[in-house]
Ligand binder design. Structure first.
Ligand code: NAP
Length: 263
């Protein structure tokens, strides 16, 4: 069929633009690899336009975006250190300008270095609290002012908080703070129709978990859940998809442990 130029414009406006306009918009922090990258893939499949946030891994983030676009999705790589409030403000502004106002915020970016409390340096303490706690605070504060009513927020805790293993004092303290934010913020958003929940994964086979562990340590962790395996990123992405999707509309202020039954 031969389209006249004006018909092509009309066709574009009616079909293509309306498709992008009706897409819900999600920001996934720390989506250049690991669990965040899998969440970005899953939310794109579920029809979200996805902002793939990263702090330093530009190549990896660009590759995820290219993959999502190739599959027909709308996606955008956005560099922002979540620990930096100005970066986070800029990230929201960029996403709003290019994809539209935000419907779902997934606060996945996080770091872990297991070190006994007595051996923890000031720098490691500041970095862990900066990214895990201040990073979540920065995006939540921005979301309060800017997110669409009816939106969904998913924060990231960890099952380590329930296990009290040596070496996890600082990390667990950051995740306890994230859980506290989750419970209170859910109530502070009264009237907006926005839910705020957290996911607390058990061990998941990503670089955050695997790096620095011996094969023996990894095997021990793999045997901990009654389901006798490590989690995979898609085990967690599917839980996030549920929490940001239509079936979780009545779930609010909760922490959902996805860990194969460890705790
Ligand atoms: P990962 O593989 O190490 O990926 C972390 C992601 O966060 C990367 O994309 C990284 O990108 C990004 N990131 C790090 N610092 C950032 C910053 N300041 N600003 C923006 N992005 C930043 O980790 P993961 O295992 O997928 O973990 C994801 C979340 O799950 C974390 O909150 C973690 O605490 C939680 N979790 C993981 C496990 C597990 O066993 N893996 C268990 C429980 C909970 P750049 O390289 O660009 O910085």
């Amino acid at each position: 069929m031969i389209h006249h130029a004006s018909h092509r414009t009309a066709y574009f406006e009616e079909h293509i633009m309306s498709q992008t306009e009706t897409k819900r918009v999600a920001i996934v922090t720390g989506a250049s690899r690991g669990i965040g990258a899998e969440i970005a893939r899953r939310l794109a499949r579920d029809g979200f336009a996805v902002a793939v946030n990263y702090a330093s891994s530009a190549k990896e983030a660009d590759a995820i975006v290219a993959e999502l676009r190739e599959a027909g999705g709308a996606a955008l790589a956005v560099k922002a250190d979540v620990a930096n409030a100005d970066d986070v403000r800029r990230m929201f502004a960029t996403v709003e300008a290019q994809l539209g106002p935000v419907d779902a915020l997934v606060n996945n970016a996080g770091v872990l270095k297991a070190v006994p409390l007595a051996d923890t340096s000031d720098a490691l303490y500041d970095q862990t609290f900066g990214i895990n706690v201040r990073g979540t605070f920065n995006t939540l504060r921005e979301a309060a002012a800017r997110m669409n009513n009816g939106g969904r927020i998913v924060n990231f805790s960890s099952t380590t908080l329930a296990l009290n293993m040596p070496g996890y004092a600082i990390y667990n303290a950051t995740k306890a703070a994230v859980e506290a934010f989750t419970h209170v913020f859910a109530k502070e958003l009264r009237g907006r129709g926005i839910t705020v929940n957290a996911v607390a994964p058990g061990p998941v086979a990503t670089s955050l978990f695997l790096d620095g562990k011996t094969d023996e340590q990894i095997a021990t962790f793999s045997k901990m859940p009654p389901l006798e395996r490590l989690g995979q990123p898609d085990d967690i992405a599917s839980v996030v998809a549920f929490l940001v999707g239509p079936d979780a509309g009545w779930v609010n202020g909760q922490v959902l442990r996805a860990n194969g039954g460890i705790a």
